[in-house]
Design a protein around this ligand. Sequence first.
Ligand SMILES: *[C@@H]1O[C@H](CO)[C@@H](O)[C@H](O)[C@H]1NC(C)=O
Ligand SMILES: *[C@@H]1O[C@H](CO)[C@@H](O)[C@H](O)[C@H]1NC(C)=O
Ligand SMILES: *[C@@H]1O[C@H](CO)[C@@H](O)[C@H](O)[C@H]1NC(C)=O
Length: 410
Amino acid sequence: MFLTTLLPALLLALCVVAKPVALRSGSSHSLPISKRLNTTSIHNLVHHDQLRAKYLKSRACFNGGLDTRTNQPVENQAVQYIATIGVGSPITNFSLAVDTGSSNTWIGADTDNPYVKTSSSSATSNNVTVYYGSGSFSGTEYIDKVTLTPELVISKQSIGVASQSSGFSGIDGILGIGPVDLTAGTLSPSESASIPTLTDNLFAAGTIAYDSIAISFAPTTVESIINGEISWGATDSKKYTGSITYSPLTSTSPASEYWGVDISVVYGKSHTVVSETAGIVDTGTTLILFATDYYKKYKSATGATDDSTTGLIKFTSSQYSKLSSLFVTFGGETFELTANAQIWPRSLNTAIGGTSSSIYGVVSDLGSSSGEGLDFILGYTFLERFYSVYDTGNARVGLATTSHTTATSN
Ligand SMILES: *[C@@H]1O[C@H](CO)[C@@H](O)[C@H](O)[C@H]1NC(C)=O
Ligand SMILES: *[C@@H]1O[C@H](CO)[C@@H](O)[C@H](O)[C@H]1NC(C)=O
Ligand SMILES: *[C@@H]1O[C@H](CO)[C@@H](O)[C@H](O)[C@H]1NC(C)=O
């Protein structure tokens, strides 16, 4: 009943065209995000990201039919960005992976930190099931009070409570901040209903003035640290430099199901690596993935070779000293990804099974050819260098440079 009463408000909300405003300093519309690298579960970052890419590309084809995704091997995500949210009244805190590539928010993956029902909790008559690139969860959908910060409180948020899950060790679940349409088909029996996201509900209630979120990540060279921030309904001018460039969401499917945009990428002065094409920006992917043919162009332009231990590409020090920038054209502006931004932090080489003296690259193979409607993923090795805005109200994605864009921290 909650879903049906909220839908008209949401549709209205979606029609409002508004620009995100700059957040005043001291505002508490931001939630800290911490990065966690699980060294025991990293054996192949690339494999994990490719599984996710394959899933994101195929998801569009599953419309409640027979689901073969359950056959995917389960693999714990090696690098995660985690935010803590409170559920219930009084609250229980849950640590959730921040995911722009899915839109269900759920808890209960860690059985040591179970859902505590309080006066604000009510079960719905729906079960919920979501499959991810590797892993899945299923359980019951509840309505409860969710507290992000003292000012960002949603009195009736629909959340999943897992009764079973796989692939999520060390976290309580997912904070799904992708487009709301990705929730369609996850409830049973209400298959056709979508579940308003946290952002949708904050906007519908007037808690935030704009239906958008913005994410700031900083490059890190340690395994666990608070180094990010997610802002609801505003952008935080302290976290970026210059102005934000916006690009409309792509109309090319399946990239259009996510935070999809059209970009082109040139290596150095004139080596086209990616001709203008559609792909996505995704916090749930670690690396920067290009369709196989684009990736091969990058490899041959840079001279990089495959490293079988880590699955990443590897540069000799001479290749690295000559490595040019990658120039990403987005929304009519060019964003420069420096040579240092194209390599894995060397202080974390051994954490991913590599050798400390090697130089590994973060550009990797998407695992399929271009021309399939999702030809690249800009994962968080990219987002650590640029501020990003996910603007539902204006159907666009924004990028801006930050004080970390040209840092040589890697
Ligand atoms: C929940 O987390 C917040 C932010 O980290 C903290 O301030 C608060 O004390 C925690 N509350 C409980 C009940 O653990
Ligand atoms: C790290 O991954 C391993 C293997 O998947 C898992 O058993 C462990 O619980 C994880 N630790 C954390 C802190 O996430
Ligand atoms: C919900 O899940 C339970 C436990 O798996 C199952 O017994 C029940 O039939 C499901 N209900 C619906 C409506 O799918």
